[in-house]
Design a protein around this ligand. Sequence first.
Ligand code: SAM
Length: 314
Amino acid sequence: MGALKVSVVGAQPPIKAKMHPAKAIKPRAFLVMNSNQSGTLYIVATPIGNLGDMVPRAVETLQSVSVIACEDTRHSKKLLGHFSIDKPCIAYHDHADKKSSYKLIQRLLNGEDIALISDAGTPLISDPGYRLVSEARGQGVSVVPIPGACAAISALSVSGLPTDSFRFIGFLPAKTSQRKTALGELKTGAQTMVCYEAPHRVIETITDMIEIFGTDRPSFMAREMTKKFETYLHGTLEELLQQVSVDINQQRGEIVLVVGGDINSSEVISAEAERIIGLLIKELPLTKAASITAKITGGDKKQLYNLALSLQNK
Ligand code: SAM
């Protein structure tokens, strides 16, 4: 490997946007850290259910690379077939063996472009790819995302819970005792929490959340997003448990749980809320500034009023 250089590489696959011709996106060169000869590792998001969510640049990228590393080749071949992408696929999993990432890195260093996809959504988000990306970065190979669907972000975006700051948990532990320990560690803090859950564990998990967080935390469940039986439930944790318990269908399919943070937490005032209230107190009475900030951020009006007071006295 030669020394790293900042170079402009025109490695992006051409974009033949099927939009209005005047709006067609021109192929762009990107400024990336790269060695001169190595290829690019593309981290390509794929749909989380609805194939209509496959972005055009994902198709073009997958058509342009020499090999596609897949979480599960049999699964991905269906997706690739649907988009007439006929490229060699190889299985990649972080835990399989070190050799599989080593071989891919060698190919990248030899100048080949490679794409990584997972079964659904964004690779590396509770999916394989961490080791490959980390080693590629370590070797100075350029790693470029082709953004698209992600279940966590999709659920959060429609949850109605504060989005200015959130914690992505991935999957909570499957064993009850370990899950309760993990939830105990998440109990404080004002951030919204987003986690993936298996359908057969959803009742147990909500029950444990109630035990650790109490009954009243605002919560949201997104199930089968973008698919035929897409459903969204919201309410307190207690209400969510009730809705899921009485309807067996809510215990099926793919699920994301979103739970509001602890509003009594000392961390309740986010940096964003502090910024907003700092601006508003210059223009408005403190009570008004606190109430508007609370509405925008989902924060606690009383605590925001106290903050406004202390900011004014500074
Ligand atoms: N990398 C993926 C992403 O970007 O969302 C997540 C992979 S993780 C192994 C799979 C989990 O994501 C599922 O068990 C479920 O919790 C969530 N998930 C995936 N697709 C979903 C969907 N269509 N609706 C709801 N949750 C989904």
